[in-house]
Design a protein. Structure first.
Length: 748
């Protein structure tokens, strides 16, 4: 039940300027103190407020008042006025000057400040200019108070209300009453759903023009979250119709209007009309242009290349087959080269040969991969330092809101390109269109770019199908390694991965040394087997800790989904212990020692790498979707938690930021992209056909280095191999590349 308290802010204990979260002490007219917490756009000591909320009890700090909404009250007497003016609420007035103002005007101070602020110049120490500045501040604060009260009527939180007011100022009233859907375009954190809710409270009709257009744009941007660059018109209208509960016939006119305003780009393809959000069309077009610009021939003497490759083989003991030799030569002869192939086909050996070749020319090389885990593995297999693409491009963490389609800012860009002769990027299947565009902007013509990946892996989490589209354009030199080398052919992980990829049956007789199938048909029995494998059997077998063994599952929900598995696995792998601190956040209970994963990109999160004695030796920003680590400490007093990520970075989370983490004893196969584990355990029983497909199974199996154990139904396993269906991803980078190459051809 909501209650109301009034008083003035005696002092502020803590304030997070990033999100407005504040802990403060409120004093009522009897002098009683009350600790209040909440999110406020701007508060100052000495300000009187009336707040609505509820009492809570904190385990450490005791009784608190959680504020849901508040109104700032103007001071009612001269003492309150002096306290308000002297609090710092109005810049340029300190405690001494506040005292002089109140002594000069007495009980009339409030009226003078609000109605005749120019008279403040009568007070010693206040010039006419300063009086005008004070007047402007008082008016601004009064306007903001009125606007916040207006916004709260429509259920808008204080935090969001402050953003809205800062954007629109006095026009906030007309914006909300005429077209609240503008909020979805103009303000980060406001999507179509929030704007639609506000619109319904204001009384805007379901079939209003603003609503239909905003809903169509929202549908397109939601599709980008599924990996799509565009939607065919038919699918766009169908999805938007379902969202808006409006007949698709209403949308044709609005699609043309959006096109005229350049918010969408329309392209005919065969018998379909493709609808792109303008930002994504430009991203694909510019990416295609930059790829084409790098695609230059760098002639080399064939005999000299053969001699140099033979020298590398002799020096390193490598033995390259015909396709691997071809790959080294293609990399040497072209500005852009793509190397692809499945597990065990010698990609790592080939990368090492390419590195040695360019090293012999005295070239400066840079190596990178999309994730910290993939970069670490690249470092281990090449002996060269590799880093994440974000670190290669020197992420600053500051959003660059000036450039649409570039949500984050990299120090390395077209104005400040990378200083390298050769750049090699591994695990390219994980790179989305945003990251590829940023990478290419930082590469100058003349720099060689080598892209390495397996196009049969799952596509990137973000929008686009970059590696597959580049290969399928047919416009760049590509070498696909297909031969499984003798040592790799002794591994059933490698052999079975290729069989799965080709849709061939896999033998499940358990005579293998590294690929096991345990037939179980009950979800709870499967979970008991998983626990026994992780705790007892696999650690000794693969010489790894239980935490290094990864459970991969196709689904988030259900009896064998990530959410249920993590709750159960936490109980066994990191049980409750009076010495381990815990923190509950939403549906998740976090405990010190938990295995956790970051579930969204946070470009502002600061991290540090520590050397001996815990002294920071490197600092930076950016923690990314899929980064995993261990929750080391929970600090209840500071309301923070510290995570140590696998690549040695430490990051401190506020309790509010813990929403960005989830337990990672079990993760979805999608989240495992680019990672490699000593052992993978995979429960398979039943689920949606769209999730149980060949592509997903292939990705899961190729994540394991020493051992794969699948527990569940052999019929479901075989059905996954047969099921070639996977969600079609709408992207056209290959088409854009082909268009540019056709334009270039006559001049070549």
């Amino acid at each position: 039940m909501s209650e109301t308290v009034t008083g003035y802010i005696d002092h502020i204990i803590f304030r997070n300027e990033d999100n407005g979260y504040t802990v403060m002490v409120l004093k009522n007219q009897d002098g009683e103190e009350l600790t209040c917490v909440g999110t406020f756009p701007a508060v100052s000591q000495g300000v009187s407020i009336e707040a609505t909320g509820s009492y809570t009890r904190h385990s450490v700090y005791g009784k608190q008042f959680q504020i849901q909404s508040f109104t700032e009250k103007m001071p009612e007497d001269s003492l309150a006025m002096e306290r308000y003016l002297g609090s710092g609420a109005i810049k340029g007035i300190g405690a001494a000057l506040a005292g002089r103002i109140v002594r000069h005007f007495g009980e009339d101070t409030l009226r003078i400040v609000e109605e005749e602020p120019e008279r403040l110049a009568e007070v010693k120490g206040i010039s006419e200019k300063k009086a005008r500045e004070i007047a402007a501040q008082v008016t601004e604060k009064a306007d903001m108070r009125r606007a916040m009260m207006f916004l709260q009527k429509y259920g808008i939180s204080l935090n969001l209300g402050a953003k809205i007011y800062q954007k629109y100022r006095e026009s906030v009233y007309s914006v909300l009453q005429e077209n609240p859907y503008r909020l979805a375009d103009d303000i980060s954190g406001v999507g179509f759903k929030i704007a639609d809710e506000i619109a319904s409270r204001i009384g805007i009709h379901t079939d209003s023009d603003y609503r239909i257009r905003s809903g169509m744009m929202y549908t397109l941007l939601q599709a980008s979250g599924e990996g799509h660059i565009y939607l065919p018109k038919k699918i766009l209208f169908s999805r938007a119709s379902e969202l808006l509960d409006v007949d698709p016939s209403y949308m044709e006119k609005h699609l043309m209007d959006l096109s005229l305003e350049r918010k969408v780009i329309l392209k005919e393809q065969e018998d379909s009309l493709l609808v792109y959000p303008s930002m994504y069309y430009r991203l694909e077009l510019n990416t295609a242009r930059m790829l084409s610009e790098l695609n230059i021939l760098c002639p080399e003497d064939p005999a000299l290349m053969d001699r140099r490759i033979a020298g590398i083989e002799k020096e390193t003991g490598m033995v390259l087959d015909e396709m691997q030799r071809k790959a080294v030569k293609e990399a040497a002869c072209h500005g852009l080269f793509i190397l692809t192939g499945g597990p065990g086909t010698g990609k790592t050996t080939t990368i090492n040969a390419i590195i040695r070749y360019f090293e012999g020319e005295g070239a400066e090389l840079r190596l990178a991969a999309p994730t910290g885990r993939a970069a670490k593995r690249m470092t281990e297999t090449t002996g060269y330092e590799a880093q994440t693409i974000h670190r290669l491009l020197e992420l600053t963490g500051l959003p660059d809101e000036e450039r649409e389609g570039q949500p984050i800012h990299f120090e390395r860009n077209a104005e400040n390109p990378l200083e390298a002769d050769v750049i090699i990027i591994d695990e390219m299947s994980m790179v989305d269109i945003h990251l590829m565009h940023s990478l290419l902007q930082a590469i100058t013509a003349g720099t060689r770019l080598v892209l390495v990946g397996d196009e049969n892996q799952l596509p990137s989490v973000g929008p686009g199908n970059v590696l597959r589209d580049i290969i399928r354009s047919g416009c760049f030199p590509v070498v696909e390694l297909t031969k499984i080398f003798r040592q790799a052919s002794e591994s059933d992980i490698v052999v079975n991965a290729h069989r799965i990829n080709r849709g061939e049956p896999v033998t499940l007789d358990n005579k293998s040394r590294d690929f096991f199938f345990l037939k179980r048909y009950d979800a709870d029995v499967i979970i008991r087997v998983l626990i026994a494998l992780i705790q007892e059997k696999l650690p000794r077998y693969v010489e790894a800790r239980p935490f290094d063994i990864q459970v991969l599952t196709p689904m988030r929900k259900g009896l064998l989904g990530v959410e249920r598995l993590n709750q159960i696995l936490q109980m066994y792998l990191n049980p409750e212990d009076g010495r381990k601190k815990e923190k509950e956040v939403g549906q998740h209970l976090f405990r010190e020692g938990d295995k956790v994963m970051q579930i969204r990109n946070n470009y502002q999160m600061e991290w540090e790498v520590r050397g001996k004695y815990g002294i920071p030796v490197e600092k930076g920003v950016g923690v990314f979707n899929g980064d995993t680590g261990i929750l080391k400490t929970i600090n209840e007093f500071a309301e923070t938690a510290e995570v140590e990520f696998e690549d040695g970075r430490f990051a401190e989370y506020s309790f509010k930021q813990l929403e960005e983490l989830e337990l990672a004893y079990a993760i979805t196969i999608h989240k495992s992209q680019g990672s490699e584990y000593p052992a993978v355990v995979m429960p398979i029983l039943s689920g949606p056909r769209m999730l149980l497909n060949r592509n997903l199974l292939y990705t899961a199996v190729t994540r394991a280095r020493k051992c794969v154990t699948i527990v569940g139904s052999e019929e479901t396993f075989r059905e996954m191999i047969r099921n070639e269906e996977q969600q079609k991803r709408f992207s056209t980078l290959d088409v854009r590349i082909q268009e540019l190459e056709r334009i270039r051809e006559p001049s070549v």
